[in-house]
Design a protein. Structure first.
Length: 279
């Protein structure tokens, strides 16, 4: 087990999440497709175009070995992603909602087949930078894509006023994946060996997670095998607040206002700055 904790296999969830998304999209009115989302400058149509781009880019890259767009001179990863995502979204504005739904429905099973070819413990096709430097395991790369699709569906639901797709079996793995960024969030706060930070997410989608200091770095604890004593800091956060914080749907300041926290202030501040997107 790495500092990221036990393997998380979300592959069976992609088809379930997609069924929820397609049912939602097929129910939208023309006006709904033009509603603004939390993504700056993007309406619902644009977010759907972005999800389609994610499908196409993953199949092209991981199945076909196609590198795709190249980096511009001195372009950072966040800058590259912002540019290429925007380019595709702008082009997708030429596509009808009906066509984008058809493309998602057609490409989804191919994407599911692709996930099935991955060795979960092998190196990732795309490293997950928000979980820390160095190589990532394939399971985290796949889980990152699942969170991407799930979060964008929630952003669409927020925009059109439709709750849903938040059943525990769909939402819990998103929270679990995002909390694998906890060791990276704590990296600048040195504490003695064995120091623990606890994150509690109440409700059926939630759970309890621990990060522990070990040999000068932080790692996720396995609650079944690691003896976790009294934590130096405990943060209790609602599921909605956690995933919105991790994707910057709410600010760090707003997240800290909403949480209940006790213990070491520096550890609380670091944990509540958790980020699980490239930014």
């Amino acid at each position: 087990m790495t500092i990221l904790g036990p393997v998380l296999d979300v592959r069976p969830l992609f088809s379930q999440e997609r069924r929820e998304l397609l049912a939602l999209l097929r129910s939208l009115s023309a006006a709904d497709w033009s509603r603004e989302t939390v993504c700056p400058g993007w309406d619902v149509h644009d977010v759907v175009g972005h999800v389609l781009n994610d499908y196409l880019r993953r199949i092209s890259g991981s199945r076909d070995g196609f590198a795709g767009a190249t980096f511009a001179n001195d372009e950072t990863l966040p800058g590259y992603l912002a540019r290429t995502n925007d380019e595709f979204v702008r082009a997708a504005r030429q596509c009808s909602p009906e066509l984008m739904i058809e493309l998602l429905a057609h490409l989804g099973p191919e994407l599911d087949r692709l996930w099935g070819t991955f060795d979960l413990t092998a190196p990732a096709a795309l490293d997950v930078s928000w979980a820390g430097p160095g190589p990532s395991p394939a399971w985290l790369d796949i889980a990152r894509d699942y969170t991407e699709f799930w979060v964008h569906q929630q952003q669409i639901r927020d925009a059109v006023g439709r709750p849903g797709a938040d059943r525990p079996e769909l939402a819990h793995p998103v929270l679990d994946t995002f909390l694998r960024a906890l060791p990276h969030a704590l990296r600048e706060v040195a504490r003695p060996h064995g120091t623990a930070v606890r994150v509690v997410v109440p409700g059926p989608s939630g759970g309890t997670w621990h990060a522990m200091s070990e040999d000068g770095r932080w790692r996720m604890a396995d609650d079944e095998t690691d003896p976790v004593g009294e934590p130096a800091a405990t943060i209790t956060m609602r599921p909605d607040d956690l995933w919105r914080l991790a994707t910057r749907g709410i600010t760090v300041t707003e997240a800290r206002r909403r949480v209940a926290a006790q213990g070491d202030p520096a550890l609380i501040d670091a944990a509540t700055a958790l980020l699980a997107v490239v930014a």
